[in-house]
Write a protein that binds this ligand. Sequence first.
Ligand code: UDP
Length: 332
Amino acid sequence: MVVLLAGGAGYIGSHTAVELINAGHEVVIVDDYSNSCPESIKRVEEITGKSIASYEADVKDKAALRKIFAENDIDCVIHFAGLKAVGESTRLPAKYYRNNIDTTLSLIECMKEAGVTKIVFSSSATVYGDQKPPYVETMPKGECSNPYGWTKSMMEQILTDCAKADPELTVVLLRYFNPIGAHSSGKIGEDPQGIPNNLMPYVSQVAAGVREQLTIFGGDYPTPDGTCRRDYIHVVDLALGHIKAVEKILKDNICDAYNLGTGKGYSVLELVNTFSKVNNVDVNYKIVERRPGDIDACYADTSYALKELNFKTTKTIEEMCKDAYNFILKNK
Ligand code: UDP
């Protein structure tokens, strides 16, 4: 299959590109490099030994998309393109709604024009809102705590409505839990611009001496050690989930959502302590007040993804911590 990765130079897109190529597929990447760089595509080429057709373009730009669909025989699209900084989305909601929703609409309209009927969408566990975990796909979606989350929820709705209206359109919504870690080569990984918003890049940067101290948001949650629990999933496992999704839409005409998580919750302190232990490095931290919008615990029910996609994670929290540190040491 030829798979177009919209936003394919980013953290999850680049790991998915590697696994798609390893599984024998061909990839085409379109990315505007607003939160990534062309170097990551070069690194994917180094890892896989294959060259990749790539386009620098904004996925909102329909003229650019038309050219890509005309020049390549695309079978399927995986849509990763979008702004994802939760805090910024609260400050600049219009920017997030405009960008993320326009991007999805341009993509879906150009797919329709080009006769491409299969799309896998990069969604998030944030669409469940604040409910009692584990999160199951049959739960109604919840109230998101920020505009970024609402864009994910709205994009799921847009794609679901488009699939209802067009019986040929096949849609897989992948609800990611907390992807962390990096490719074992250390060539690709999470490389946020500026101060990291997410926990693992912050922990890695403190451990590597790039930043002085981690602030842990909240020590008084109703969890065993008082810090929030999340379902951390190795980014390579997550990438393999996309291969399962692509295999699924090759054979079934569906519109469905699947959780990509491990089903296990780790607290912030458990993650930090595991990171210190497996990498034999200190992580200086202090516990401060809660971050607005955070929920105490979030983890997946993984049974539906196992049943429908035959998706199962294999990598441990220790491997996630080792690979994240290896990446920062090789790229600081
Ligand atoms: N977190 C933290 N310090 C940081 C970044 C995150 O304590 O600098 C905590 C955050 O409060 C949450 C967990 O780490 O409990 C995971 O946060 P992240 O932003 O990585 O993902 P989220 O679950 O919010 O999508």
